[in-house]
Design a protein. Structure first.
Length: 165
């Protein structure tokens, strides 16, 4: 009876490993370099981190995969499933709810033709509701990539979505 084969851990490409190695002197520990390393891996994997990417980063940094999964699942900037080229976050905290966040989410659903946390067939957009984006005085609002869009109406949302390439 033969023993089961031990599978080698996934590895990052040489260029990504070199990029991480260049960062190491700037950080005191492997844990400290984890977030920049995850950004490198996420860029490499097309904007998200499949299990293979998370395990490769863990292997590269000598960290337990559970520690890396914990960081990935904690921070909104890391994605464990595909996202669109443009990531839209709609604030749904109290101010935005009272001023029409539900209508903004419904407008996005109609305009993009996908549900929340789904990606448009062309890979262009995905959207989610988000607890608070810190712009209560300009509610309702949303972020598209890194840009705030405030005092939204369904008409403004349709215009913004049409302008995304």
């Amino acid at each position: 009876m033969s023993e089961p084969a031990v599978q080698a851990p996934p590895r990052l490409p040489d260029a990504a490993r070199a990029e991480i190695d260049a960062l190491r002197p700037r950080y005191p520990t492997a844990e400290a370099v984890l977030i920049p390393a995850l950004h490198i891996a996420q860029r490499l994997w097309g904007g998200w981190l499949p299990d293979e990417a998370i395990e490769a980063v863990a292997h590269e940094l000598g960290l337990a995969p559970a520690k890396v999964y914990g960081v990935v699942s904690f921070y909104d900037l890391f994605h464990q499933k595909p996202v669109g080229r443009h990531r839209i976050r709609v604030c749904d905290n109290l101010s935005c709810q009272l001023r029409g966040a539900g209508e903004i989410l419904e407008t996005l659903h109609r305009e993009l033709g996908v549900g929340e946390d789904e990606v448009t067939p062309d890979g262009r957009c995905s959207y989610v509701h988000f607890e608070c984006l810190g712009s209560c005085d300009t509610a309702p609002m949303m972020m598209v990539d890194d840009d705030y869009h405030e005092n939204l109406t369904p008409q403004k949302v349709r215009r913004i979505v049409k302008e995304l390439t």
